[in-house]
Design a protein around this ligand. Sequence first.
Ligand code: PMP
Length: 361
Amino acid sequence: MPRNNLSAQGFTRTEAGLPGAAAMTVHESVLDGIGNTPLVRLTRLAASLRPRIYAKLEFQNIGGSVKDRAALSMIRAAERDGLLGPGGTVVEGTSGNTGVGLSLVAAHLGYRAVVFAPAATAAEKIRLLRAYGAEVHLVADFVPRSHPDHLANRAARFAEATPGAWLAQQYDNPANPGAHVESTGPEIWRDTDGTVTHLVASVGTGGTITGTGRFLKQASGGSVQVVAADPDHSAYGGGDGAAKYVEGAGHAVHPDSAEDIWPQAFDTSLVDRYVRVSDKESILSARKAAREEGLLIGGTAGTALAAALRLAAELDESHTIVVIIPDSGRNYLSTYFDDGWLTSAGFLRPAAADGTAGSLL
Ligand code: PMP
């Protein structure tokens, strides 16, 4: 029984079923709202399965995703190394959650934040970065890594030309996986009382799976199995690297790229197994989690969940699976949860003229 179970700690629930004041948490600053996310047991989706499956809710980080941890860790490491100081500028090429994490930590600590994002980035995400005060520059979509307009190159040139600027480089920054060695891994070990047997996570930079996997393998004497949930086509799991739908995970390789650059943040030697998940299965899993479990999760969480459910079917009561939920479905209400988008993306058969509802293809 996990130690953070409320009743095990002697907390009583109110008549309405709420935890009651005894379980309140106080953070002394916004940055303390990063980390210490809960594990939630999946009791509906896993009802007919034998292992226990716990979802680690990374959308409970204060900026809404797992990347808050990496952002804080990278900024703190840069300060320690003398690369970032008062009046400094945080720079990164990213459209996603890392930009949000860096922007919120920069805002809190008084740094300027400059984000280079692909032109196709959803308007809502750009607004979100700007809401935290970040400056956003839009750059060409999906160009080869060697092209001067690739967002990593644009961000690097800007950082070089700007006094006091520091480039986060999440793909190669050891403080990215380091965040998870220091926090995500220990939290899972503590909260499962060391009973975790499998970690399932999707892989973007590889920071989450590398840091968390490294800690859990060390803590368990090597017995925890690390399972990478990888989108179809992703080059991580041996796919062709063709561009994909599910945002935030997998490894796409531009066909004109002379060389394939793998992130240093991803230590592939830690991965025991890749489970390949199609975009459709990822989206279906995310939608099922919302409708059947009451848990609104994003597309890469859907990828990881689909892999965890497939894995669980092979295991028994002696196993405990922890699946990482990188962000919330709230970020994808106009995509994976929107029937119009799904239809135009080819995932949903349109509703028939007689009013018969559309169905997922
Ligand atoms: N899911 C989402 C939605 C993300 O934004 C990311 C980060 N790119 C990941 C999963 C993967 O996390 P990591 O970079 O730590 O591998």
